[in-house]
Design a protein around this ligand. Structure first.
Ligand code: IPE
Ligand code: IPE
Ligand code: MG
Length: 245
């Protein structure tokens, strides 16, 4: 099937790392008179199609925000349903990830989740660990401020134990203590659902990312929306504080 705009993409100027805040599932469901969880299920379908599409486009890293450290404030029922959905998705998705040579990784304090969920995640990571294509990085129980504090703590311990001179703390060293230590910073950050905020996502990493927002709720987000985001990205001039040549 032909996808509108695809041929206009410059394959030599693709973003290496795309990050997406998958937002708007609840409102998508409410608009249809459905329970919020139906929106989360529909959102998982969108994720599947966008993951495959990014791999086809040869994007190197796709990071998606699935559950934040602040999302625990929601009713217990919804939290439980989201986590159950996630397990179901991971289990079912492993074959498709392998078929597309996609390697799964997690960002966030997912090790604090209930053992059943932890084990399932570990298994999925393990089963895709030999893949050499795109990295699908799922931010789960993730909060950026918490990640930064965690890095500060581990660096402080190194200083306290005499293993590090405070003078040697620089951006490169700091980055090594983040969950995303081995990943390049996102080039493009996408947030659907009409909200114009970052909601504690990758605050350190997106210092120079290009931001792109759209009104569609995540379950309605299409490949064409991703193409629009990439085309806009390719028209932008990234200066990183310098001047255009
Ligand atoms: C995003 O959709 C998914 C999670 C935060 C887990 P929401 O559940 O936030 O949907 P809205 O923003 O309420 O519509
Ligand atoms: C951000 O969305 C978190 C995820 C998409 C997982 P939220 O819906 O939690 O963000 P706020 O509450 O609108 O800022
Ligand atoms: Mg939301």
């Amino acid at each position: 099937m032909e996808i509108k705009g695809l041929e206009a993409i410059d394959r030599n100027k693709l973003p290496t790392h795309i990050a997406i805040i998958m937002d708007g599932n609840g409102r998508w469901a409410q608009k249809r008179g459905l329970p919020r969880i139906a929106g989360h299920w529909a959102g998982a379908e969108t994720l599947r199609s966008i993951v495959e599409f990014c791999a086809e486009l040869n994007i190197k890293v796709l990071t998606v925000f699935a559950f934040s450290t602040e999302n625990w404030k929601r009713p217990q029922d919804e939290v439980k349903s989201i986590l159950n959905l996630l397990i179901y998705y991971l289990k079912k998705e492993v074959d498709i990830l392998n078929k597309n040579n996609i390697k799964l990784m997690m960002t966030g304090d997912w090790q604090e989740l209930p053992p059943r969920i932890r084990e399932e995640i570990k298994k999925s990571i393990e089963l895709t660990s030999n893949n050499t294509g795109m990295i699908l990085n799922v931010a789960l129980n993730y909060g950026s401020r918490r990640e930064i504090l965690r890095a500060c703590k581990s660096i402080s311990y190194m200083v306290a134990n005499g293993k590090l001179n405070p003078e040697d703390i620089d951006e490169k060293l700091f980055k090594k203590h983040l969950f995303t230590a081995d990943l390049p910073d996102p080039d493009l950050l996408i947030r659907p659902s009409g909200e114009l905020r970052l909601s504690n996502f990758l605050l350190w990493q997106i210092a120079y990312s290009e931001l792109w927002f759209c009104d569609a709720y995540w379950p309605d987000f299409k490949k064409e929306d991703l193409i629009r985001a990439i085309l806009d990205y390719q028209r932008r001039e990234r200066r990183f504080g310098g001047l255009t040549k």
